[in-house]
Design a protein. Structure first.
Length: 136
């Protein structure tokens, strides 16, 4: 039987954290619309929230919950697919980054997120490969 505090932990990680992310996303979208910028980067910001929220969920799951197959899928998405998508966002915002501070911030956050994930994945694969290699 599931204990009451475990239910609270589950709800905090898998319900309240994503719900808070959605609320913050819509608040920022509203602020972006109120600032009347040209071609607001809503979809690029959504992808940034999706990726950073995924990192937060994987970290919270690893620290406070039980690791599962879905957490593994999330981890492999973050390690292998999300840097490519962040690179696509950087590509689409390359010429638009000087339109507003919103564009510039989302451009640089996606750039540094993608670069960090490429380096982190490389380090993880390097450690995994050399840790499992026999010593000669």
């Amino acid at each position: 039987m599931v204990k009451f505090p475990e239910i609270l932990t589950f709800l905090a990680i898998h319900l309240f954290t994503p719900a808070l992310g959605v609320v913050v996303f819509f608040i920022l979208c509203r602020r972006m619309m109120e600032s009347k910028i040209v071609s607001p980067p809503f979809s690029q910001m959504f992808l940034l929230f999706f990726n950073l929220g995924g990192v937060l969920l994987v970290l919270l799951t690893g620290l406070f919950w039980e690791w599962s197959g879905m957490a593994s899928f999330g981890f492999f998405y973050l390690a292998l697919i999300s840097p490519v998508l962040a690179g696509a966002v950087v590509w689409t915002l390359w010429k638009k980054k000087n339109l507003s501070n919103w564009h510039k911030t989302i451009f640089y956050l996606n750039f540094f997120y993608g670069a960090f994930m490429v380096v982190a994945t490389g380090v993880w694969l390097d450690i995994w490969y050399f840790a499992s290699a026999p010593i000669r």
